[in-house]
Design a protein around this ligand. Structure first.
Ligand SMILES: [Fe+2]
Length: 335
């Protein structure tokens, strides 16, 4: 028997605190007048709902929610926990752009009630996945759904297309979280209030992450704020936290590490002379090391972009991976 929420007074106080905190931060940003007593009423209502809700029985049919990669899987898990049957296609450590669907993926897609993917051609294999879904299944491209201004891919075969890595800006990631919450509530209205509360709690943590990143990364002097990586996947992160950003190539969906790409990257590193250059967790570090060898640069990594880390590692969730990235960037560029 599975209990997603085991309520007690401490949990209640935590939710009141974090939810209120989130609303306070939101107040600053959106200048909205909020009534804290409404939060208490919401929580009390939530308690009444959960008190009367039946716990999920082992073997009971739950909503099957399939995500294309681990960043989106984490959102579903944060909002719904084991109240839904959450499955991911490209697992931790896998390269999402050019993932090849495996037999288990086809089963998951056939059984899916809801499929979340990023869109903007992150999943170049998307057509195959959508064709596998049941006619009744719903799906949503979260990156395309959110109201955020896209930044073009900087170079390479896909230059000029919208860059798909919008989740790397925590404030855009919050919009992903809201969209997942709304869709889960539509599909599973009996648990919508629980999703709502978990979403508010999670968003408060993302606001704190953003505040921490903003404050901590401010330690890096203006002339050192140059982020050179394998894939130019940090455009939204760089835009939010004021870094100059360059990749050896534009997208992991294209050929990686060609002589032209390496030569161009060597020129950039020689021009900017950054404190270090970075590789990412889902691809080989050999191309970055090649550039480093030609420029006498330090290599740092892995940074996490297209996947969280394996379960149990500090970067096994979105907040953790952004903190690991921050620490690595600070280590390389602070001085
Ligand atoms: Fe990527």
């Amino acid at each position: 028997m599975t209990y997603f929420i085991n309520f007690d007074i401490i949990s209640l106080m935590k939710i009141v605190f974090t939810t209120t905190n989130y609303l306070e931060v939101s107040q600053l940003r959106f200048k909205t007048i909020l009534n804290k007593s409404a939060v208490f009423l919401l929580v009390l209502t939530f308690m009444m709902v959960t008190a009367s809700a039946q716990p999920v029985q082992a073997g009971e049919e739950r909503t099957v929610v399939v995500t294309s990669f681990t960043i989106l899987e984490d959102i579903v898990n944060q909002i719904a926990g084991d109240m839904v049957d959450s499955r991911v296609l490209a697992p931790a450590g896998a390269e999402v752009h050019e993932w090849e669907l495996i037999p288990e993926n086809f089963i998951d897609l056939e059984e899916a009630d809801l499929f979340f993917y990023n869109g903007f051609n992150l999943e170049v294999w998307l057509g195959q996945a959508l064709n596998t879904l049941d006619e009744e299944a719903e799906y949503m491209a979260l990156g395309e759904e959110v109201d955020a201004e896209t930044i073009p891919i900087q170079l390479g075969d896909y230059e000029g297309d919208p860059d798909p890595h919008l989740w790397m800006d925590p404030l855009i990631y919050i919009e992903y979280v809201k969209a997942v919450n709304e869709k889960l509530g539509e599909i599973d209205p009996d648990n919508a209030l629980v999703y709502e509360i978990n979403t508010a709690r999670y968003i408060s943590k993302i606001w704190k992450l953003h505040a921490d990143l903003h404050q901590d990364l401010a330690q890096i002097p203006a002339n050192s704020r140059v982020l050179v990586t394998s894939e130019a996947a940090f455009v939204y992160f760089a835009d939010r936290y004021e870094f100059e950003h360059h990749g050896i190539w534009g997208s992991n969906a294209e050929e990686e590490g060609t002589p032209d790409q390496i030569a161009r990257a060597v020129d950039i590193v020689q021009d900017y002379n950054p404190g270090g250059i970075f590789y990412e967790s889902t691809i080989s570090d050999r191309h970055v090391r090649s550039v480093a060898g030609d420029t006498n640069s330090e290599v740092y990594g892995p940074l996490y972009v297209d996947s969280t880390a394996e379960p149990g590692e500090p970067a096994d969730n979105y907040i953790g991976m952004m903190e690991v990235n921050r620490d690595l960037i600070l280590e390389a560029l602070k001085n």
